[in-house]
Design a protein around this ligand. Sequence first.
Ligand code: SAH
Length: 250
Amino acid sequence: MIYFVGAGPGDVDLITVKGLKKLQEADVIIYAGSLVSEEHLQAAKEGCSFYNSAKMHLDEVIQVMKEAVQDEKLVVRLHTGDPTIYGAIQEQMDRLIELAIPFEVIPGVSSFTAAAAALPREFTLPGVSQTVILTRIAGRTQVPEKEKLGELAKHRASMAIFLSVQDMAGVVEELREGYGSWDIPIAVVYRASWPDQRIVRGNLADIVDKVAAAGIRKQAQILVGDFLEGDYQLSKLYDKSFTTEYREGI
Ligand code: SAH
């Protein structure tokens, strides 16, 4: 059996209880060494084998899984954050389906929620935005034309931009075009939940220089939108005059 486990954004305590239990039971752990804390490996039982997938290609990962399953071993494939977001797990799952190897995905705390928690701000403010867009700019992986940042910005929804801080100038250029303004709040959260976490706040006009001055070039979330500051409406959920399924309004 293979378990794809979300390790969480960095802080080892942010793995789920279910994910941690699987780590403790695993005979083989294949972990994404570039972003997953090696501290997670201390949870493993004695005799567990470790593979750092940063140094492996897809065929090698599948081969390790296949051999382990043949020996009736339990495999944990440990991904950073939540495995379903930029985790490249679909290609692994499809190969396992072809090989008739059973697997399960155990979700994790994504870095986009860890980044909002660090600020701390809520993405979904009544009267501001009820939508969160998760996206990235193109790198070696292309992004469909219809999803260019400038197009997405036109929605004025709350946004979390992954895998893009290395090109802050490009990000800001596209956002400015879409928003039609420089006066848009933006925050960059470097290594959310790690001990060396850093936060840089600004607007589209000054964030490029601030991020450069902070020396942040990777492992950061870029959060954009009016949810970062300013007014919003109070929720209906906790409005005292509002009747809900659980509470009579007064
Ligand atoms: N599956 C992961 C994302 C993997 S893609 C998740 O759910 O978070 C890797 C990108 O995620 C990085 O380039 C960065 O943009 C973001 N990221 C991962 N961990 C991060 C952290 N602790 N703080 C800020 N951004 C992080």
